[in-house]
Every structure is written in structure tokens, then in C-alpha cells.
Design a protein around this ligand. Structure first.
Ligand SMILES: [Zn+2]
Length: 129
């Protein structure tokens, strides 16, 4: 399965499968219309435009985690092995860990998305995260 689609569906969102809309009045319009076969939305966009590319823009991954209220947990999960806590339990992030974070955010091959897929599968099995 396309990892972008896998992550999108783990978020509970529809990975739109568009077909041309056959409304009769569509012939009068210069714009092509499409309909999703799964959720019945109508759009002027093609599938490549309407389904997100989480690899090309890793910020989308972070926004989705934030929307779920899981951004902090995801960040901790991702960098837990490289973080340490002070005596009060506050997590201290080293400069090296910060650069590691930037690597994920700047990468456009899907590293952050792939980690988010692992995280989402893990939290499905563990309600404490
Ligand atoms: Zn859809």
C-alpha cells in the first residue's frame, strides 16, 4: 500500500478514489469534476492534488499529530532514546537530538511519515500513549 495512503487511513481519513463525475450539466462547464467513490465528495482536483503527500511535506505529519493531540507524545516517542530527563523529570533535548529532529522535518523521502505510521500502529495497541 502507498505509505501516504496508509498514514492517511490510520488517521481515519478517506484516501479519495476519484472518478469523473457524470452530472449532465458538467458538459457545460470547462472544469472537470470528480467524485470520490468512497466518501462521495465532489472536487475539481485530481487525486494527486486532493490526497496529501506526507513525504514531500513532513509538516503535514506534524499538523495531523497536533490535530490528534498526539504531537508531544509522537515527538517523545521518536526521540525518547536520545533524550534524557533531569531530576524533576523534565526532558532535556541535546543539540544532537535537535539536529536529528531537523533531519526528519527537512527530509522529503518519507522518513517522518514512516515513523508516524509506526507510532500510530503502536498507539492503537497501547492506550497509555
Ligand atoms: Zn473520499
Amino acid at each position: 500500500m502507498d505509505p501516504n495512503r496508509e498514514f492517511h487511513e490510520l488517521l481515519g481519513k478517506c484516501w479519495h478514489d476519484l472518478v469523473p463525475n457524470d452530472w449532465p450539466h458538467n458538459r457545460l462547464l470547462p472544469i472537470k469534476h470528480f467524485k470520490c467513490t468512497k466518501c462521495d465528495i465532489y472536487t475539481n482536483s485530481c487525486e494527486a492534488d486532493i490526497n496529501p503527500d506526507y513525504a514531500a511535506d513532513p509538516r503535514l505529519v506534524l499538523r495531523e499529530m497536533d490535530r490528534l493531540g498526539k504531537l508531544s507524545a509522537f515527538m517523545m516517542w521518536l526521540w525518547d532514546s536520545e533524550s534524557c530527563e533531569d531530576d524533576l523529570g523534565n526532558v532535556l533535548m541535546s543539540g544532537e537530538s535537535f539536529l536529528h529532529l531537523l533531519d526528519y522535518i527537512l527530509d522529503t523521502t518519507g522518513k517522518l511519515r514512516d515513523e508516524a505510521i509506526k507510532f500510530m500502529k503502536e498507539i492503537k495497541d497501547d492506550s497509555t500513549i
